[in-house]
Design a protein around this ligand. Structure first.
Ligand code: G6P
Length: 611
């Protein structure tokens, strides 16, 4: 939610900021703005995308210090006025902000009484007025005023502040919203919501912790907490490559990421299993082996697609490790009064590692002393840092807003964990374990083969691009795949779609079926195959149009379905890794044919750092 970029150094700040904002546009694209600091403070901002912003800025701006913002609207509609940066009462100070200032209402009222006039509807504008008010009243430095203001603020923020009167200074801070600092050549610094805007300039970064502030003054950087304790930065080496964050010849990031899945799935298990011996090479598992042997139940936490991965995980853990599993929407869990025991294992699943609800749910579990295991894609993000143990998915940067390769990588890591737990708890034999490991090793090739369906799916998409509704049905471990298929379609093509357990159809959705309704069945080889066939017949009897994902060589479904998509055979527990692929492609091509902005669907953001 909202992307922020800052630059302080000797190069022209504007091109670095604009390029960085484009990389962060997946975080929001309702409006964009920059502030450039030299002899004066120049601000440009507009509703719309970064490309709209470029149209209103002179080509060359000489300033060497600046900041930029791409917004996902929370408080105040997406328009020019609510675009960031926001200025203080005097116009001397400017802020960009990612997050929500929850107590902005009461702060704003008090500031209005003291004569402040606000121009926008945002919570962020209140913050910069507050800083100026404190600076004037206390007569303190800007750094101190920012620190004191942040102590009054309730909520989440990543901010950058510039001052017209102090052109050699840049101040930034984070709490609840991510902020990375990159260390360039001597006295040169980059700031961004994630490392993608930084990677082409430097590999040396530090991820700020909650409650930390950065002061850059005359080329020297200091980190302090908002309690005024000085910290030395922990500098890490960035491991992402530039290629990984560019489209590499594909029309959209989403398509590139769909086609990357043979590799991303491989990277998720590579070096972690040995199918000859049945051994696992995962340090987090070794450290927690005793704990894992004795856990009472597993609770998975996630949002959106990550929650769907958790649902697949539920089937895997129950089937293989015979352990009780609950899968919770993090946003619901955090506001219930859940029963949390020290004997529970919480698995937090997140692509970005920054989802506010997932973080809050984890912290609730930790308050009750439960162990939290994180499954996350973005290295160094908040969720892995808050987890007791964890495993990265290693899918590489996912930029398309609709999650694709992150999902299959999450399912891969959950498969590893389920197998590992089964081994630790003795619920499967070593030969079964080795057999499953070997089959997992076959999956990347099978995904590669599944991707060859692309042409067939383009034809199918032509046929269904104008449909108003879609139903997705599956059973067992493919029920979550039905949910995920429906989510993908609605996210990027704006066609209404519902995912349902196939057998539940007769308790409601069957009423929707007529000759206009495409119904996507996941009907691959499984113990429920015959049952799914009955469900297909129920749809056909009501003149629904059946599109069936089946196992290669299937004979029965072929006879009754209108359209057949054949995926390679695999063990049922791994089938979501294959059945998901045609559904991703179907949504992608339908959305493209409808002229939708696939990588930046309306109203969505990739990283949801507000609750
Ligand atoms: C947003 C994204 C989804 C994602 C969800 C959870 O809604 O658009 O693609 O599944 O957040 O994000 P996370 O980063 O925690 O997996």
């Amino acid at each position: 939610m909202c992307g922020i970029v800052g630059y302080y150094g000797h190069r022209e700040a504007l091109p670095i900021i604009i390029k960085g904002l484009k990389r962060l546009e997946y975080r929001g694209y309702d409006s964009a703005g920059v502030a450039l600091l030299g002899n004066k403070l120049e601000v440009f901002k507009t509703k719309g995308k970064v490309s709209d912003l470029e149209n209103i800025i002179p080509q060359r701006m000489p300033q060497n210090v600046g900041m930029g913002h791409t917004r996902w609207a929370t408080h105040g509609e997406p328009n020019d006025v609510n675009a960031h940066p926001h200025l203080s009462q005097s116009g001397n100070l400017a802020v960009i902000h990612n997050g929500i200032i929850e107590n902005y209402g009461s702060l704003k009222e008090a500031l209005i009484q003291n004569g402040h006039v606000f121009t926008s509807d945002t919570d962020s504008e209140v913050l910069i007025h507050l800083v100026e008010e404190i600076k004037n009243i206390e007569g303190c430095s800007l750094e101190e005023a920012v620190r004191l203001a942040l102590n009054q603020v309730v909520g989440a923020y990543a901010i950058v502040i510039l001052s017209r009167d102090e052109p050699s200074k840049l101040i930034a801070a984070r709490k609840g919203s991510p902020l990375v600092v990159g260390f360039g050549e001597k006295g040169e610094y980059f700031l961004a919501s994630d490392a993608t805007p930084i990677v082409e300039y430097t590999r040396k970064v530090t991820y700020l912790d909650d409650g930390e502030m950065v002061f850059i003054k005359d080329g020297i950087l200091t980190i302090k907490t908002i309690e005024d304790v000085e910290k030395s930065p922990y500098i890490q080496n960035l491991e992402i490559s530039l290629d990984a964050i560019e489209k590499g010849g594909f029309e959209h990031f989403m398509l590139k990421e769909i086609f990357e899945q043979p590799k991303s799935i491989l990277d998720s298990f590579r070096g972690r299993i040995n199918s000859t011996t049945g051994a696992f090479m995962m340090r987090s598992l070794e450290e927690y082996e005793e704990k894992l042997r004795n856990i009472r139940r597993i609770v998975m936490l996630g949002c959106g697609t990550s929650w769907h991965a958790g649902l697949v995980g539920e089937y895997l853990f129950e089937e293989l490790a015979r352990i009780q599993v609950e899968v919770e929407y993090a946003s619901e869990f955090r506001y219930r009064n859940p029963v949390i025991s020290e004997d529970d294992l919480y698995i937090a699943i997140s692509q970005s590692g920054e989802t506010a609800d997932t973080l809050a749910a984890m912290s609730l579990a930790k308050e009750h002393k439960a162990t939290v295991f994180g499954i996350c894609n973005v290295v160094g993000s908040s969720i892995p840092r808050m987890s007791d143990a964890g495993a990265y998915t290693h899918a590489g940067p996912e930029i398309g807003v609709a999650s694709t390769k992150a999902f299959t990588s999450q399912v891969t890591v959950l498969s590893l964990l389920a197998l590992a737990l089964a081994k630790i708890r003795g619920t499967i034999s070593n030969s079964q374990l080795k057999f499953y490991m070997a089959e997992l090793e076959n999956i990347p090739d099978k995904v590669e083969k599944t991707l060859k369906l692309d042409k067939q799916i383009i034809e199918l998409s032509e046929r269904f691009k104008d449909s108003k509704n879609f139903l997705y049905l599956g059973r067992g471990v493919n029920f979550p795949v039905a949910l995920e298929g429906a989510l993908k379609l609605k996210e990027i093509s704006y066609i209404h779609a519902e995912g349902y357990p196939a057998a539940e159809m007769k308790h409601g959705p069957i009423a929707l079926i007529d000759e206009q309704m495409p119904v996507v069945f996941i009907a691959t080889r499984s113990p429920h195959y015959e049952k799914v066939i009955s469900n297909i017949q129920e749809v056909k009897a009501r003149k629904g149009i059946v599109i069936a994902i089946v196992t290669e060589g299937d004979a029965q479904v072929k006879k009754m379905a209108d359209y057949i998509i054949e995926v390679p055979d695999t063990e049922e527990i791994f089938s979501p890794l294959l059945t998901t692929i045609p559904l991703q492609l179907l949504s992608y091509h339908i959305a493209v044919l409808r002229g939708c902005n696939v990588d930046q669907p309306r109203n969505l953001a990739k990283s949801v750092t507000v609750e």
